[in-house]
Design a protein. Structure first.
Length: 255
């Protein structure tokens, strides 16, 4: 019998989710199934809306998501009473210190390293501090991205303009950051390196601005997939400052 290509929508309840990382993992796993077209999951409501072409087998869905952890999926009309009576999952404020702490710690470490590199010098010069800061930034942030390149790429291409339009750009980006960090530390080709940095940071700034304006809940890929940090105005400022630093370096070099 020929399979129907008509897209249907089904609603489910999912038990076991505790954070947006769970949401992302389950979403990615379900989207790997050929018959599933789209997945929308609400952490707070513990619900999932799945668009699909063929009839979904609930037992198969459970087998798929069980590979990720202790998750269970139910038809929305057949939810067990003990699960139905559980309180809704509380979603932390994306601007709270507990959520942003890894990013803030990483930025503090970058700043401390940059300052320490200036201490032995007779005086602190902006044209020497900025390459040290940007080199430290790219070295440290690329480390987290390289820990899981595919996971980073999957998050990055959801908002970065270049990653959305250039195949494999998300996969190569952590290595690009590593090379940029090396060039900044070694004072190599600083004019083209700063132009490249300005271009890359501008692409991310545009993508983050668009996500914030649309109020889209997307994981920030700045620290790879190691930490579940949502896109916030802080991440926008981070990328905007890096773009302005690169532009400032171009002006210093040229003039």
């Amino acid at each position: 019998m020929a399979q129907s290509n008509e897209i249907k929508t089904s609603n489910y309840s999912i038990d076991g989710m505790t954070c947006e990382g769970c949401v992302k993992s389950i979403t990615d796993m379900l989207l790997s199934m050929d018959e599933i077209v789209s997945v929308e999951i609400s952490l707070q409501a513990r619900s999932a809306t799945i668009s699909h072409t063929n009839v979904l087998d609930l037992s198969r869905l459970n087998q798929i998501i069980a590979k990720l952890g202790s998750y269970r999926i139910f038809d929305e009309n057949l939810i067990p009473l003990e699960i139905l009576n559980r309180p809704a999952v509380s979603v932390p404020n994306p601007m709270s210190l507990s959520v942003l702490k890894p990013l803030l710690i990483a930025l503090c470490i970058v700043t401390l390293i940059s300052i320490s590199l200036q201490i032995p010098k007779p005086e602190i010069k902006l044209e020497e501090f900025l390459p040290d800061f940007m080199g430290s930034f790219f070295f440290i942030f690329s480390l987290f991205k390289l820990a899981n390149v595919k996971g980073f790429s999957d998050s990055f291409k959801k908002y970065d303009v270049l990653a959305k339009n250039i195949p494999l750009f998300g996969i190569t980006y952590p290595f690009i950051e590593l090379i940029l960090g090396f060039c900044y530390y070694a004072d190599l080709w600083l004019l083209p390196i700063n132009l490249i940095t300005f271009f890359l940071m501008s692409s991310q700034t545009i993508g983050i601005s668009s996500a914030l304006l649309k109020k889209t809940n997307i994981q920030c890929a700045c620290l790879g997939s190691t930490f579940n940090i949502p896109i916030t105005p802080i991440t926008l400022i981070e990328n905007l400052v890096m773009a302005l630093m690169a532009l400032g370096m171009v002006i210093i070099i040229v003039y």
